[in-house]
Design a protein. Structure first.
Length: 261
């Protein structure tokens, strides 16, 4: 069936730039090499430890992006420590979100604004505010001791790393338990504690099974013995045989009756 242009365009909009990059030939060949496969082998799995390993690898990618950005801004563009740290955080956060959501936790589909995007950016803001304080302290110390150039840039980078490292473990716990937690799956119906199903009771619990013909009842409410279901099936006497309940009546009819003297 041909796909409508509107549906095709909507599907294309959900493909991020990172996904397109990962689908390119050179990137796929890099990930197919033996060295990369051995490095990523501990991250394969769905347990919390595997997610933590993937989360750590994503953090490494985010650190490289942010630190390179801070280095360029502080050492070559001579920006202030706070401004360099801000640009570094803005450059690393989108890649960190996409990799954490789609690779570390294996989430698919469209992101939820209030359950995923907003909490992620809120935690990123907390880390950013903490790093801004440490970066300001490092920048002030560099200014008071006439530290410039690469030494100043390295001091700012270290201060930023220290602040993000403090909240790093806390972020993983929140991501794993709240932000990217798996939704409740379909519940599997279980039998009641007494071992009998509620909708189709088994023989022996005082109820007649819902499947199969319902046996005829006598006026006293009892089911004749030859009609009581056995294992869900009704037994009938063979031709020429009488049930145990009918034998006394036949014997009474055949017994000789006495005459009044």
């Amino acid at each position: 069936m041909p796909v409508a242009p509107q549906a095709r365009s909507a599907h294309a909009e959900r493909v991020t730039l990172l996904e397109r990059l990962l689908r390119t030939g050179p990137v796929r060949r890099v990930f197919a090499t033996g060295v990369v496969r051995r490095v990523l082998s501990p991250a394969r799995g769905d347990r919390a430890v595997h997610k933590f390993i993937r989360y750590s690898m994503v953090s490494g990618v985010a650190i490289v992006i942010s630190q390179v950005t801070i280095l360029i801004c502080a050492a070559f563009l001579h920006l202030s420590g706070i401004l360099a740290n801000t640009i570094g955080a803005l450059a690393a956060t989108p890649a960190s979100y996409e990799l954490n959501r789609k690779w570390a936790w294996g989430k698919r589909g469209k992101s939820h604004m209030w359950k995923e995007v907003a909490p992620f950016w809120a935690l990123t803001l907390i880390g950013y505010l903490a790093s801004t304080g440490t970066v300001q302290i490092a920048d002030s110390l560099c200014a008071s001791h006439d530290v410039t150039g690469l030494d100043r840039a390295f001091a700012i980078m270290g201060a930023s790393l220290f602040a993000y490292g403090v909240v790093w473990i806390a972020k993983f716990v929140v991501f794993n338990k709240l932000v990217f937690a798996e939704g409740p799956g379909a519940t599997v119906p279980t039998a009641p504690a007494n071992g009998s199903a509620a909708e189709s009771p088994q023989p022996g619990n005082g109820q007649v099974p819902s499947s199969g013909p319902v046996p005829n009842r006598q006026p006293n409410g009892q089911v004749p013995k030859h009609q009581v279901p056995i294992n869900g099936q009704h037994s009938h006497p063979a031709p020429g045989q009488l049930s145990e309940q009918a034998k006394p009546s036949v014997a009474a009819l055949e017994a000789p009756t006495g005459t009044a003297s």
